[in-house]
Design a protein. Structure first.
Length: 346
């Protein structure tokens, strides 16, 4: 999309041996299918809004725009760099430089296509987890319960044990299935930054997790309240998993005590979740955020093995980081470090 016909002619001759070339000089031409555009300042100013819209419609695919400009118009290029255009090349054009920049931009386009395909696969998988698999899992559990109740006198105690085992396994499959679905779909609707009041979120979680908290006679306390900015849903998911973990991995006959505190350091927020649980071996601290990484048998501590992976994903979606300090028998301290006013890259 060049206003200078001589430049257009020379570029077409140079590139047509390796690429299919389309010539366009109007807003309507932006609607055609193409993998990359070469544009000059005149057409950029004329079609800026259409370019922005087309790039947005392509997401998550990357649609690169290379601008050809003179030294005197470099200010225009800088103004639009990474907003409307992705790369600049200055006249007179060096052929090797032109080919290199085109190759890099098209490679980025190709990689973004691969990412889009993977996202589509994940979307299909998440749908299967959330819908297609739930029904047969529930059916297996319910039919096993029916056998236990309706055929109580007709089956042996051994068969009753088998049914109970099937019920427990189906419950575990359901839990893993639900956790996987949550992991895959977190952040799918985008990140929404709001002012956070932890006291409201914690009170809501105490009600939602009332049964688990009551069973272990656990207490959940919040220290000094500090308002900060983050995604409310993600903060709630983080705290839900950390509180539940603290309850599940508590010491026998000792009520779990969970203390949540928040402080501001410079332009960062640090949330700490401290418990008096069984603790984590120091050599395992680097591994516990991995998917399905378990320190204890399912027989002794239930769970999907995805809780801390979900925490890590939520924190990273808000451009933060998470880590833990712990020793066996001395409880654990989880730290979430977030920007006070995060910049989200969508």
């Amino acid at each position: 999309m060049l206003s200078n016909r001589e430049n257009e002619k020379l570029l077409k001759k140079e590139l047509s041996g390796n690429y299919e070339i389309l010539i366009g000089n109007s807003s309507k031409d932006i609607e055609q299918f193409f993998d990359m555009a070469i544009i000059d300042g005149i057409n950029l100013e004329k079609m800026k809004k259409d370019i922005i819209l087309r790039r947005y419609e392509e997401k998550p695919l990357f649609l690169p725009f290379l601008m050809i400009t003179s030294n005197k118009d470099i200010g225009l290029a800088t103004k639009h760099l990474w907003k409307v255009i992705d790369e600049v090349i200055i006249i007179p054009i060096i052929k090797v430089e032109l080919q290199a920049r085109i190759a890099v931009l098209l490679r980025a386009r190709y990689y973004s296509l691969q990412i889009k395909n993977r996202l589509e696969e994940i979307k299909i998988f998440a749908h299967a987890l959330g819908h297609e698999l739930q029904s047969p899992i529930r059916a297996i559990k319910h039919f096993s319960e029916f056998i236990q109740s309706d055929c109580d006198k007709a089956i042996t105690d051994k068969c009753k044990d088998y049914c109970q085992h099937i019920i427990k396994l189906s419950e575990r499959v359901h839990e893993i299935n639900e956790s996987l679905y949550n992991f895959l779909t977190i952040g799918k609707s985008g990140i929404n930054i709001d002012k956070i009041q932890l006291s409201e979120i914690i009170e809501r979680l105490k009600k939602d997790l009332g049964q688990e908290i009551e069973e272990k006679n656990a207490s959940v306390e919040l220290g000094k309240e500090i308002e900060f900015y983050a995604d409310k849903n993600l903060i709630e998911v983080i705290l839900r998993n950390l509180i539940l973990n603290a309850v599940l991995y508590s010491k026998r006959d000792i009520p779990p005590k969970i203390k949540i505190s928040v402080e501001k350091k410079n332009e960062e927020i640090i949330i700490e979740v401290k418990d008096n649980g069984i603790g984590i071996p120091e050599k395992e601290l680097e591994n516990i955020f991995q998917m399905f990484y378990r320190l204890h048998s399912v027989k002794t501590h239930r769970g999907s093995g995805l809780g801390l992976s979900i925490v890590k994903k939520c924190v990273e979606l808000m451009n933060g980081r998470v880590w833990v300090e712990s020793k066996i028998g001395e409880g654990s301290r989880f730290f979430i470090n977030l920007p006070f006013k995060p910049t989200i890259y969508k």
